[in-house]
Design a protein around this ligand. Sequence first.
Ligand SMILES: [Zn+2]
Length: 132
Amino acid sequence: MSTMTKNKSKIDLKNEFCSNENCNDYSKRDTANIVKYGHDKNGKQRFKCKTCGGVFVETKNTIFYNRKLSQDQIILICKLLVEKNGIRAIERITGIHRDTISDVVKDIARHAREVTDFLIEIVGKVPVKRLN
Ligand SMILES: [Zn+2]
């Protein structure tokens, strides 16, 4: 099949940031240092940092990288954590296995700085209440 459906997901360069910890623009957003740089073999958008020359894949080094869960599910877990739910409670609410949830929790701890920025930006935009 030659008609490959290109995943034209809207990529906002303002939300991407350099994941090279040694870069002057590490984890800074909206500094115009990030440019699109083709795709990797899985079709993921790649980016290049003009500051350090580093190339990275979309969402690399974030809690959303290489996960079984969708971004919405991860955001939901984050929100439930913020509301002081335990892992077992989150498992009940979301139906996601507690091992998967604790992986997310570990990742959140590892990427605390980025995650905090991200949550401040994103969580406010997503409605919390799924209960009707
Ligand atoms: Zn960089």
